[in-house]
Design a protein around this ligand. Structure first.
Ligand SMILES: *[C@@H]1O[C@H](CO)[C@@H](O)[C@H](O)[C@H]1NC(C)=O
Ligand SMILES: *[C@@H]1O[C@H](CO)[C@@H](O)[C@H](O)[C@H]1NC(C)=O
Ligand SMILES: *[C@@H]1O[C@H](CO)[C@@H](O)[C@H](O)[C@H]1NC(C)=O
Ligand SMILES: *[C@@H]1O[C@H](CO)[C@@H](O)[C@H](O)[C@H]1NC(C)=O
Length: 484
Protein backbone atom coordinates (compact mmCIF):
# COMPACT_ATOMS: atom_id res chain seq x y z
CA UNK A 1 0.00 0.00 0.00
CA UNK A 2 2.69 2.40 1.03
CA UNK A 3 4.68 1.58 -2.06
CA UNK A 4 1.62 2.29 -4.23
CA UNK A 5 1.14 5.68 -2.66
CA UNK A 6 4.82 6.26 -3.14
CA UNK A 7 4.56 5.28 -6.83
CA UNK A 8 1.55 7.57 -7.34
CA UNK A 9 3.44 10.36 -5.68
CA UNK A 10 6.41 9.68 -7.88
CA UNK A 11 4.24 9.80 -10.97
CA UNK A 12 2.64 12.99 -9.75
CA UNK A 13 6.04 14.56 -9.19
CA UNK A 14 7.14 13.45 -12.63
CA UNK A 15 4.04 14.99 -14.20
CA UNK A 16 4.63 18.17 -12.26
CA UNK A 17 8.18 18.26 -13.55
CA UNK A 18 7.05 17.76 -17.14
CA UNK A 19 4.37 20.42 -16.81
CA UNK A 20 6.68 23.00 -15.26
CA UNK A 21 9.31 22.24 -17.89
CA UNK A 22 6.67 22.58 -20.59
CA UNK A 23 5.66 25.94 -19.19
CA UNK A 24 9.19 27.16 -19.66
CA UNK A 25 8.92 26.61 -23.40
CA UNK A 26 5.52 28.11 -24.05
CA UNK A 27 6.48 31.37 -25.64
CA UNK A 28 3.05 32.92 -26.03
CA UNK A 29 3.04 34.41 -22.54
CA UNK A 30 6.25 36.35 -23.09
CA UNK A 31 5.34 38.81 -25.82
CA UNK A 32 2.50 40.42 -27.62
CA UNK A 33 2.85 41.71 -31.17
CA UNK A 34 1.43 45.02 -32.25
CA UNK A 35 1.07 46.36 -35.74
CA UNK A 36 2.48 43.61 -37.88
CA UNK A 37 2.92 44.41 -41.54
CA UNK A 38 3.84 41.51 -43.78
CA UNK A 39 4.73 41.47 -47.47
CA UNK A 40 4.59 38.36 -49.65
CA UNK A 41 6.69 39.15 -52.70
CA UNK A 42 5.85 37.03 -55.77
CA UNK A 43 7.73 39.13 -58.34
CA UNK A 44 10.65 36.69 -58.56
CA UNK A 45 10.68 33.01 -59.40
CA UNK A 46 11.20 32.15 -55.73
CA UNK A 47 9.13 33.23 -52.75
CA UNK A 48 10.17 36.15 -50.58
CA UNK A 49 8.45 37.30 -47.41
CA UNK A 50 9.20 40.16 -45.08
CA UNK A 51 7.51 41.46 -41.97
CA UNK A 52 7.99 44.33 -39.62
CA UNK A 53 6.30 44.43 -36.24
CA UNK A 54 6.48 45.75 -32.71
CA UNK A 55 7.01 43.32 -29.85
CA UNK A 56 6.03 44.10 -26.29
CA UNK A 57 7.32 42.25 -23.24
CA UNK A 58 4.20 41.17 -21.36
CA UNK A 59 5.92 38.67 -19.06
CA UNK A 60 7.40 38.88 -15.62
CA UNK A 61 9.90 36.12 -16.29
CA UNK A 62 13.35 36.98 -17.54
CA UNK A 63 13.80 35.84 -21.14
CA UNK A 64 15.87 37.31 -23.89
CA UNK A 65 14.72 34.91 -26.56
CA UNK A 66 12.14 35.54 -29.15
CA UNK A 67 10.70 32.75 -31.32
CA UNK A 68 9.79 32.93 -34.98
CA UNK A 69 7.45 30.33 -36.42
CA UNK A 70 7.43 29.47 -40.12
CA UNK A 71 5.19 26.92 -41.88
CA UNK A 72 7.39 23.88 -42.49
CA UNK A 73 5.70 23.19 -45.84
CA UNK A 74 7.44 26.36 -47.03
CA UNK A 75 10.82 26.20 -45.33
CA UNK A 76 11.11 22.44 -45.00
CA UNK A 77 12.77 21.21 -41.83
CA UNK A 78 16.27 20.95 -40.46
CA UNK A 79 17.06 17.87 -42.58
CA UNK A 80 15.31 19.03 -45.76
CA UNK A 81 15.42 22.81 -45.80
CA UNK A 82 14.18 25.08 -48.59
CA UNK A 83 15.08 28.21 -46.71
CA UNK A 84 17.49 30.48 -48.56
CA UNK A 85 17.34 33.64 -46.47
CA UNK A 86 16.38 34.16 -42.83
CA UNK A 87 17.35 37.58 -41.59
CA UNK A 88 16.11 39.17 -38.41
CA UNK A 89 16.92 42.73 -37.40
CA UNK A 90 16.01 44.75 -34.36
CA UNK A 91 15.55 48.47 -34.17
CA UNK A 92 15.41 49.65 -30.59
CA UNK A 93 17.86 52.49 -30.71
CA UNK A 94 19.83 53.44 -33.81
CA UNK A 95 21.39 51.72 -35.63
CA UNK A 96 19.39 48.68 -36.67
CA UNK A 97 21.21 45.52 -35.54
CA UNK A 98 21.14 42.03 -37.04
CA UNK A 99 20.16 39.34 -34.57
CA UNK A 100 21.58 35.83 -34.36
CA UNK A 101 19.04 33.23 -35.49
CA UNK A 102 19.21 29.51 -34.84
CA UNK A 103 16.91 26.60 -35.49
CA UNK A 104 15.18 25.75 -32.25
CA UNK A 105 13.92 24.70 -29.86
CA UNK A 106 14.79 21.09 -30.58
CA UNK A 107 12.17 18.45 -31.30
CA UNK A 108 12.81 16.95 -27.86
CA UNK A 109 11.94 20.26 -26.24
CA UNK A 110 8.89 20.55 -28.42
CA UNK A 111 7.58 17.27 -27.05
CA UNK A 112 6.71 19.22 -23.91
CA UNK A 113 5.25 22.14 -25.77
CA UNK A 114 1.92 22.22 -27.51
CA UNK A 115 2.26 23.46 -31.08
CA UNK A 116 0.26 22.72 -34.19
CA UNK A 117 2.00 20.34 -36.59
CA UNK A 118 3.90 21.71 -39.56
CA UNK A 119 5.64 24.54 -37.72
CA UNK A 120 9.38 25.15 -37.83
CA UNK A 121 10.79 27.38 -35.09
CA UNK A 122 13.72 29.75 -35.08
CA UNK A 123 15.16 31.23 -31.93
CA UNK A 124 16.35 34.82 -31.95
CA UNK A 125 18.52 36.46 -29.30
CA UNK A 126 17.38 40.00 -28.64
CA UNK A 127 20.09 42.67 -28.58
CA UNK A 128 19.45 43.30 -24.86
CA UNK A 129 16.71 42.42 -22.39
CA UNK A 130 13.45 44.22 -22.88
CA UNK A 131 11.91 45.41 -19.61
CA UNK A 132 8.28 44.58 -18.85
CA UNK A 133 5.96 46.78 -20.86
CA UNK A 134 8.72 47.97 -23.18
CA UNK A 135 8.60 47.58 -26.94
CA UNK A 136 11.05 46.98 -29.75
CA UNK A 137 10.72 46.81 -33.54
CA UNK A 138 11.66 43.62 -35.37
CA UNK A 139 12.17 43.31 -39.12
CA UNK A 140 12.47 39.90 -40.67
CA UNK A 141 12.99 38.63 -44.21
CA UNK A 142 12.91 35.14 -45.67
CA UNK A 143 13.36 33.66 -49.11
CA UNK A 144 12.50 30.09 -49.99
CA UNK A 145 13.36 28.06 -53.05
CA UNK A 146 10.14 26.75 -54.56
CA UNK A 147 7.19 27.99 -52.52
CA UNK A 148 5.05 28.63 -55.62
CA UNK A 149 3.86 26.07 -58.18
CA UNK A 150 2.88 26.17 -61.81
CA UNK A 151 -0.85 25.70 -62.38
CA UNK A 152 -1.59 23.90 -64.59
CA UNK A 153 1.66 21.89 -64.57
CA UNK A 154 1.52 21.33 -68.34
CA UNK A 155 1.04 24.10 -70.91
CA UNK A 156 1.01 24.33 -74.69
CA UNK A 157 4.01 26.01 -76.28
CA UNK A 158 2.49 29.48 -76.85
CA UNK A 159 0.40 29.38 -73.67
CA UNK A 160 1.16 31.68 -70.71
CA UNK A 161 2.27 30.13 -67.43
CA UNK A 162 0.32 30.75 -64.24
CA UNK A 163 1.78 30.29 -60.80
CA UNK A 164 -0.15 29.59 -57.65
CA UNK A 165 0.79 30.77 -54.20
CA UNK A 166 -0.96 29.17 -51.25
CA UNK A 167 -0.45 30.70 -47.83
CA UNK A 168 -2.17 32.27 -44.88
CA UNK A 169 -3.60 35.75 -44.66
CA UNK A 170 -2.44 35.78 -41.04
CA UNK A 171 1.26 35.75 -40.25
CA UNK A 172 2.22 32.59 -38.39
CA UNK A 173 3.13 33.69 -34.88
CA UNK A 174 3.64 31.91 -31.57
CA UNK A 175 2.41 35.10 -29.85
CA UNK A 176 -0.88 36.93 -29.94
CA UNK A 177 -0.98 39.56 -32.73
CA UNK A 178 -3.03 42.64 -31.86
CA UNK A 179 -3.24 44.09 -35.38
CA UNK A 180 -1.88 42.87 -38.69
CA UNK A 181 -2.05 43.23 -42.46
CA UNK A 182 -0.63 41.15 -45.32
CA UNK A 183 0.31 42.65 -48.67
CA UNK A 184 0.83 40.38 -51.69
CA UNK A 185 3.11 41.90 -54.35
CA UNK A 186 2.71 40.50 -57.88
CA UNK A 187 4.55 40.78 -61.21
CA UNK A 188 3.46 43.45 -63.71
CA UNK A 189 0.24 41.77 -64.91
CA UNK A 190 -1.29 41.40 -61.44
CA UNK A 191 -3.42 38.53 -60.14
CA UNK A 192 -5.89 36.65 -62.31
CA UNK A 193 -7.61 34.92 -59.38
CA UNK A 194 -7.41 35.31 -55.62
CA UNK A 195 -9.25 34.50 -52.38
CA UNK A 196 -11.89 37.07 -51.49
CA UNK A 197 -13.94 37.84 -48.38
CA UNK A 198 -16.26 40.78 -47.57
CA UNK A 199 -14.05 43.84 -48.11
CA UNK A 200 -10.91 41.79 -48.48
CA UNK A 201 -8.49 42.34 -50.17
CA UNK A 202 -7.91 45.87 -51.35
CA UNK A 203 -6.58 45.73 -54.89
CA UNK A 204 -4.23 48.33 -56.25
CA UNK A 205 -2.32 47.78 -59.52
CA UNK A 206 -0.15 44.79 -58.77
CA UNK A 207 -0.74 44.49 -55.02
CA UNK A 208 -3.44 42.87 -52.89
CA UNK A 209 -3.71 43.95 -49.26
CA UNK A 210 -5.48 41.67 -46.80
CA UNK A 211 -6.58 42.97 -43.40
CA UNK A 212 -6.30 44.64 -40.98
CA UNK A 213 -7.15 41.77 -38.65
CA UNK A 214 -7.43 42.32 -34.93
CA UNK A 215 -6.45 40.08 -32.00
CA UNK A 216 -5.26 36.90 -33.76
CA UNK A 217 -4.53 34.05 -31.39
CA UNK A 218 -1.12 32.33 -31.40
CA UNK A 219 -0.67 30.02 -34.43
CA UNK A 220 -3.92 31.20 -36.06
CA UNK A 221 -3.91 30.68 -39.83
CA UNK A 222 -6.44 31.21 -42.60
CA UNK A 223 -5.56 29.86 -46.01
CA UNK A 224 -5.71 32.07 -49.09
CA UNK A 225 -4.55 31.51 -52.67
CA UNK A 226 -3.36 33.86 -55.37
CA UNK A 227 -2.95 32.82 -59.00
CA UNK A 228 -0.98 35.08 -61.32
CA UNK A 229 0.65 35.09 -64.71
CA UNK A 230 4.38 34.54 -64.61
CA UNK A 231 5.40 33.97 -68.16
CA UNK A 232 9.10 33.75 -67.44
CA UNK A 233 11.44 30.85 -66.81
CA UNK A 234 11.87 29.48 -63.30
CA UNK A 235 15.62 29.10 -63.19
CA UNK A 236 16.89 26.51 -60.74
CA UNK A 237 20.59 25.78 -60.59
CA UNK A 238 20.78 22.26 -59.24
CA UNK A 239 24.53 22.62 -58.84
CA UNK A 240 27.13 25.35 -59.28
CA UNK A 241 30.88 24.77 -59.11
CA UNK A 242 32.59 28.12 -58.85
CA UNK A 243 36.38 28.26 -58.84
CA UNK A 244 38.65 31.24 -58.27
CA UNK A 245 42.28 30.59 -59.18
CA UNK A 246 44.80 32.95 -57.61
CA UNK A 247 48.12 33.34 -59.40
CA UNK A 248 50.73 35.64 -57.88
CA UNK A 249 53.33 35.01 -60.57
CA UNK A 250 50.83 35.75 -63.36
CA UNK A 251 49.12 38.56 -61.41
CA UNK A 252 45.84 36.93 -62.38
CA UNK A 253 42.56 35.90 -60.80
CA UNK A 254 40.78 33.39 -63.04
CA UNK A 255 37.13 32.59 -62.43
CA UNK A 256 35.44 29.52 -63.84
CA UNK A 257 31.83 28.56 -63.13
CA UNK A 258 30.16 25.30 -64.11
CA UNK A 259 26.37 25.29 -63.99
CA UNK A 260 23.87 22.42 -63.97
CA UNK A 261 20.60 24.15 -64.56
CA UNK A 262 16.99 23.18 -64.93
CA UNK A 263 13.93 25.20 -65.84
CA UNK A 264 11.27 24.47 -63.20
CA UNK A 265 8.52 26.24 -65.16
CA UNK A 266 5.42 24.38 -66.40
CA UNK A 267 6.31 21.60 -68.84
CA UNK A 268 5.20 21.48 -72.46
CA UNK A 269 2.15 19.33 -73.04
CA UNK A 270 3.08 18.78 -76.71
CA UNK A 271 6.35 18.21 -78.50
CA UNK A 272 8.43 21.29 -79.15
CA UNK A 273 7.76 23.08 -82.46
CA UNK A 274 10.65 25.11 -83.80
CA UNK A 275 8.41 26.91 -86.27
CA UNK A 276 6.06 28.10 -83.55
CA UNK A 277 9.05 29.08 -81.45
CA UNK A 278 10.46 31.23 -84.24
CA UNK A 279 7.06 32.87 -84.79
CA UNK A 280 6.66 33.74 -81.11
CA UNK A 281 10.24 35.03 -81.04
CA UNK A 282 9.47 37.36 -83.93
CA UNK A 283 6.31 38.59 -82.22
CA UNK A 284 8.48 39.33 -79.15
CA UNK A 285 6.22 37.25 -76.91
CA UNK A 286 7.21 36.34 -73.39
CA UNK A 287 8.01 32.72 -72.80
CA UNK A 288 8.75 30.36 -69.96
CA UNK A 289 11.71 29.07 -71.96
CA UNK A 290 15.20 30.20 -71.00
CA UNK A 291 16.38 32.14 -74.04
CA UNK A 292 19.48 33.68 -72.56
CA UNK A 293 21.08 35.36 -69.60
CA UNK A 294 22.92 38.50 -68.73
CA UNK A 295 25.67 38.27 -66.19
CA UNK A 296 27.14 41.47 -64.78
CA UNK A 297 30.82 40.99 -64.17
CA UNK A 298 33.09 43.05 -61.98
CA UNK A 299 34.99 45.91 -63.64
CA UNK A 300 38.07 44.82 -65.54
CA UNK A 301 36.80 41.38 -66.61
CA UNK A 302 38.49 40.03 -69.77
CA UNK A 303 39.06 36.79 -71.77
CA UNK A 304 35.42 35.77 -71.30
CA UNK A 305 34.29 32.35 -72.53
CA UNK A 306 31.05 30.35 -72.59
CA UNK A 307 31.10 26.67 -73.44
CA UNK A 308 28.66 23.78 -73.13
CA UNK A 309 28.90 20.00 -73.68
CA UNK A 310 29.32 20.52 -77.43
CA UNK A 311 31.98 23.22 -77.16
CA UNK A 312 32.35 26.94 -77.68
CA UNK A 313 28.99 28.70 -77.85
CA UNK A 314 29.25 31.53 -80.34
CA UNK A 315 25.89 33.12 -79.50
CA UNK A 316 27.40 35.03 -76.63
CA UNK A 317 28.17 38.67 -76.58
CA UNK A 318 30.54 40.32 -74.19
CA UNK A 319 30.08 44.05 -73.67
CA UNK A 320 33.54 44.91 -72.47
CA UNK A 321 32.68 48.18 -70.81
CA UNK A 322 35.58 48.83 -68.43
CA UNK A 323 33.34 49.88 -65.54
CA UNK A 324 30.31 47.67 -66.14
CA UNK A 325 31.14 44.62 -68.25
CA UNK A 326 28.15 42.44 -69.11
CA UNK A 327 28.14 38.96 -70.61
CA UNK A 328 24.98 38.18 -72.59
CA UNK A 329 24.78 34.58 -73.58
CA UNK A 330 22.22 32.42 -75.29
CA UNK A 331 22.09 28.63 -75.05
CA UNK A 332 22.03 26.78 -78.40
CA UNK A 333 18.30 26.08 -78.04
CA UNK A 334 15.51 27.43 -75.80
CA UNK A 335 15.32 25.58 -72.45
CA UNK A 336 11.65 24.81 -71.72
CA UNK A 337 10.09 23.71 -68.43
CA UNK A 338 11.58 20.43 -67.20
CA UNK A 339 14.59 20.69 -69.54
CA UNK A 340 18.19 20.76 -68.32
CA UNK A 341 21.22 22.65 -69.55
CA UNK A 342 24.77 22.63 -68.31
CA UNK A 343 27.46 25.08 -69.30
CA UNK A 344 30.68 26.76 -68.21
CA UNK A 345 31.49 30.44 -67.94
CA UNK A 346 34.94 31.84 -67.36
CA UNK A 347 36.85 35.09 -67.28
CA UNK A 348 40.02 36.72 -65.91
CA UNK A 349 40.76 39.72 -63.73
CA UNK A 350 43.98 41.42 -62.74
CA UNK A 351 44.75 40.02 -59.30
CA UNK A 352 45.61 43.48 -58.00
CA UNK A 353 41.94 44.46 -58.06
CA UNK A 354 41.02 41.87 -55.44
CA UNK A 355 44.22 41.45 -53.43
CA UNK A 356 45.67 43.59 -50.70
CA UNK A 357 49.03 43.15 -48.93
CA UNK A 358 48.30 43.37 -45.21
CA UNK A 359 51.87 43.06 -43.96
CA UNK A 360 55.33 42.28 -45.25
CA UNK A 361 57.93 40.46 -43.19
CA UNK A 362 61.68 40.64 -43.70
CA UNK A 363 61.67 36.85 -43.83
CA UNK A 364 59.80 37.21 -47.14
CA UNK A 365 56.50 35.84 -45.80
CA UNK A 366 53.75 38.34 -46.62
CA UNK A 367 50.16 38.42 -45.42
CA UNK A 368 47.51 39.00 -48.06
CA UNK A 369 43.78 39.51 -48.09
CA UNK A 370 41.73 38.39 -51.06
CA UNK A 371 38.27 39.91 -51.42
CA UNK A 372 35.87 38.34 -53.93
CA UNK A 373 32.10 38.10 -54.39
CA UNK A 374 30.64 34.95 -52.87
CA UNK A 375 28.50 34.49 -55.97
CA UNK A 376 28.13 36.12 -59.40
CA UNK A 377 25.86 34.61 -62.05
CA UNK A 378 22.49 35.54 -63.57
CA UNK A 379 19.52 37.39 -62.05
CA UNK A 380 16.48 35.68 -60.65
CA UNK A 381 18.05 32.28 -60.12
CA UNK A 382 17.78 29.93 -57.15
CA UNK A 383 20.56 27.45 -56.36
CA UNK A 384 20.02 24.12 -54.66
CA UNK A 385 23.73 23.79 -54.03
CA UNK A 386 26.91 25.74 -54.75
CA UNK A 387 30.54 24.86 -54.17
CA UNK A 388 32.80 27.90 -54.08
CA UNK A 389 36.50 27.01 -54.24
CA UNK A 390 39.41 29.39 -53.89
CA UNK A 391 42.61 27.91 -55.23
CA UNK A 392 45.58 29.67 -53.66
CA UNK A 393 49.14 29.48 -54.95
CA UNK A 394 51.46 26.71 -53.82
CA UNK A 395 52.81 27.26 -50.32
CA UNK A 396 50.07 29.66 -49.22
CA UNK A 397 48.77 29.21 -45.66
CA UNK A 398 45.21 30.20 -44.86
CA UNK A 399 44.96 32.39 -41.76
CA UNK A 400 41.31 33.30 -41.79
CA UNK A 401 38.14 33.13 -43.86
CA UNK A 402 35.30 35.53 -43.39
CA UNK A 403 32.07 35.97 -45.28
CA UNK A 404 29.11 38.26 -44.73
CA UNK A 405 27.10 35.09 -45.46
CA UNK A 406 27.89 32.56 -42.77
CA UNK A 407 25.87 29.48 -43.49
CA UNK A 408 28.35 27.21 -45.23
CA UNK A 409 30.49 24.16 -44.71
CA UNK A 410 34.22 24.65 -45.12
CA UNK A 411 36.80 22.19 -46.29
CA UNK A 412 40.50 22.68 -46.94
CA UNK A 413 42.62 20.45 -49.14
CA UNK A 414 45.65 20.34 -51.38
CA UNK A 415 45.50 20.18 -55.16
CA UNK A 416 48.47 18.79 -57.01
CA UNK A 417 49.06 19.37 -60.66
CA UNK A 418 52.25 18.31 -62.43
CA UNK A 419 55.22 20.55 -61.57
CA UNK A 420 53.65 21.25 -58.16
CA UNK A 421 55.66 19.87 -55.26
CA UNK A 422 53.57 20.69 -52.18
CA UNK A 423 50.30 21.32 -53.95
CA UNK A 424 48.02 24.33 -53.98
CA UNK A 425 45.87 25.15 -50.98
CA UNK A 426 42.20 24.86 -51.86
CA UNK A 427 39.44 26.27 -49.66
CA UNK A 428 36.04 24.93 -50.62
CA UNK A 429 32.80 26.32 -49.24
CA UNK A 430 29.60 24.36 -49.73
CA UNK A 431 26.36 26.32 -49.63
CA UNK A 432 22.81 25.02 -49.87
CA UNK A 433 19.66 26.87 -50.86
CA UNK A 434 20.93 30.21 -52.02
CA UNK A 435 19.46 32.78 -54.38
CA UNK A 436 20.70 35.57 -56.64
CA UNK A 437 20.32 38.02 -53.74
CA UNK A 438 23.32 36.39 -52.09
CA UNK A 439 25.48 38.04 -54.74
CA UNK A 440 25.79 41.03 -52.43
CA UNK A 441 27.82 38.92 -49.99
CA UNK A 442 31.59 39.01 -50.09
CA UNK A 443 34.24 36.54 -49.14
CA UNK A 444 37.52 37.55 -47.50
CA UNK A 445 40.44 35.18 -47.25
CA UNK A 446 43.57 36.10 -45.35
CA UNK A 447 46.65 34.02 -46.08
CA UNK A 448 50.40 34.12 -45.78
CA UNK A 449 52.55 33.47 -48.77
CA UNK A 450 56.27 33.80 -49.08
CA UNK A 451 57.71 35.31 -52.20
CA UNK A 452 60.34 32.56 -51.86
CA UNK A 453 57.63 29.97 -52.56
CA UNK A 454 56.78 31.75 -55.79
CA UNK A 455 60.36 30.87 -56.82
CA UNK A 456 59.60 27.26 -56.03
CA UNK A 457 58.28 26.35 -59.44
CA UNK A 458 61.00 28.08 -61.53
CA UNK A 459 63.66 26.48 -59.30
CA UNK A 460 62.13 23.05 -59.77
CA UNK A 461 61.77 23.59 -63.48
CA UNK A 462 65.36 24.81 -63.85
CA UNK A 463 66.56 21.94 -61.64
CA UNK A 464 64.72 19.54 -63.94
CA UNK A 465 66.27 21.15 -67.03
CA UNK A 466 69.71 21.04 -65.41
CA UNK A 467 69.23 17.36 -64.60
CA UNK A 468 68.30 16.59 -68.20
CA UNK A 469 71.25 18.61 -69.40
CA UNK A 470 73.71 16.78 -67.16
CA UNK A 471 72.19 13.44 -67.98
CA UNK A 472 72.59 14.27 -71.66
CA UNK A 473 76.27 15.24 -71.17
CA UNK A 474 76.94 12.08 -69.17
CA UNK A 475 75.20 9.93 -71.77
CA UNK A 476 77.11 11.69 -74.52
CA UNK A 477 80.39 11.03 -72.67
CA UNK A 478 79.52 7.40 -72.31
CA UNK A 479 78.41 7.36 -75.88
CA UNK A 480 81.62 9.00 -76.99
CA UNK A 481 83.74 6.59 -74.95
CA UNK A 482 82.00 3.61 -76.52
CA UNK A 483 82.47 4.85 -80.06
CA UNK A 484 86.19 5.18 -79.47
C1 LIG B 1 10.42 41.20 -19.62
O1 LIG B 1 10.30 41.91 -18.42
C2 LIG B 1 10.68 41.18 -17.25
C3 LIG B 1 10.36 42.03 -16.04
O2 LIG B 1 10.94 43.31 -16.19
C4 LIG B 1 12.16 40.84 -17.33
O3 LIG B 1 12.54 40.07 -16.22
C5 LIG B 1 12.42 40.06 -18.63
O4 LIG B 1 13.80 39.85 -18.80
C6 LIG B 1 11.87 40.80 -19.84
N1 LIG B 1 11.97 39.98 -21.01
C7 LIG B 1 12.81 40.21 -22.02
C8 LIG B 1 12.71 39.31 -23.16
O5 LIG B 1 13.61 41.12 -22.03
C1 LIG C 1 11.77 16.62 -43.06
O1 LIG C 1 10.99 16.72 -44.25
C2 LIG C 1 11.11 15.58 -45.09
C3 LIG C 1 10.35 15.85 -46.37
O2 LIG C 1 9.18 16.55 -46.13
C4 LIG C 1 10.60 14.35 -44.34
O3 LIG C 1 10.75 13.21 -45.16
C5 LIG C 1 11.41 14.17 -43.06
O4 LIG C 1 10.89 13.10 -42.32
C6 LIG C 1 11.36 15.43 -42.21
N1 LIG C 1 12.27 15.30 -41.09
C7 LIG C 1 11.96 15.68 -39.86
C8 LIG C 1 13.04 15.51 -38.86
O5 LIG C 1 10.87 16.15 -39.59
C1 LIG D 1 36.01 30.00 -78.61
O1 LIG D 1 35.62 31.25 -79.17
C2 LIG D 1 36.51 32.31 -78.88
C3 LIG D 1 35.94 33.58 -79.48
O2 LIG D 1 34.57 33.55 -79.56
C4 LIG D 1 37.87 31.99 -79.46
O3 LIG D 1 38.77 33.03 -79.15
C5 LIG D 1 38.36 30.68 -78.90
O4 LIG D 1 39.59 30.32 -79.51
C6 LIG D 1 37.36 29.59 -79.14
N1 LIG D 1 37.81 28.37 -78.48
C7 LIG D 1 37.73 27.16 -79.02
C8 LIG D 1 38.25 26.04 -78.19
O5 LIG D 1 37.24 26.98 -80.11
C1 LIG E 1 17.64 17.00 -65.29
O1 LIG E 1 18.59 16.85 -64.26
C2 LIG E 1 18.10 16.20 -63.10
C3 LIG E 1 19.21 16.14 -62.08
O2 LIG E 1 19.82 17.36 -61.93
C4 LIG E 1 17.64 14.81 -63.45
O3 LIG E 1 17.09 14.20 -62.32
C5 LIG E 1 16.60 14.88 -64.56
O4 LIG E 1 16.26 13.59 -64.97
C6 LIG E 1 17.13 15.65 -65.74
N1 LIG E 1 16.06 15.83 -66.72
C7 LIG E 1 16.22 15.56 -68.01
C8 LIG E 1 15.03 15.83 -68.88
O5 LIG E 1 17.28 15.15 -68.46
Amino acid sequence: MASMIYKTLQLYLLLLLVVSEAAAFVPSSAFEIQNLFRTVDLTKSYLRESASFIIENISEEPQNEYYIAVPSEIVGNATDSHLAIMEVKEKRVDPVVSLAVEVGPSNADLANWWVPSGVQFYKVQLSEPLAAGETSTIQMATATVGGVEAQPKLIKQPEAQNLLWTGSKLALSPYKVVRQRTKVKLPDRGANAYSKAKNDPQVEDTTLTYGPYLDSEPFATETIQVRYEYNFPVVEVTKLERELWVSHSGGNLATEERYWMTNSAAKLSETFSRLRWQASGMAGERSTAIKGFSVRLRPGARDVYFTDEIGNVSTSNFRADIRDPVLDFRPRYPIFGGWNYSFTLGWNHDLGRSLKVLSSEDSGSDTYMLRVPLLEGPDNAAYDMAEVSIILPEGANVVDIFSTYRDYEKEQSLLKSHLDTIGRTVVKLTLNNIVDEHRRNELYITYTYSSASSLHKPIIVSAAIAAIFFAWIILRRIDVSISK
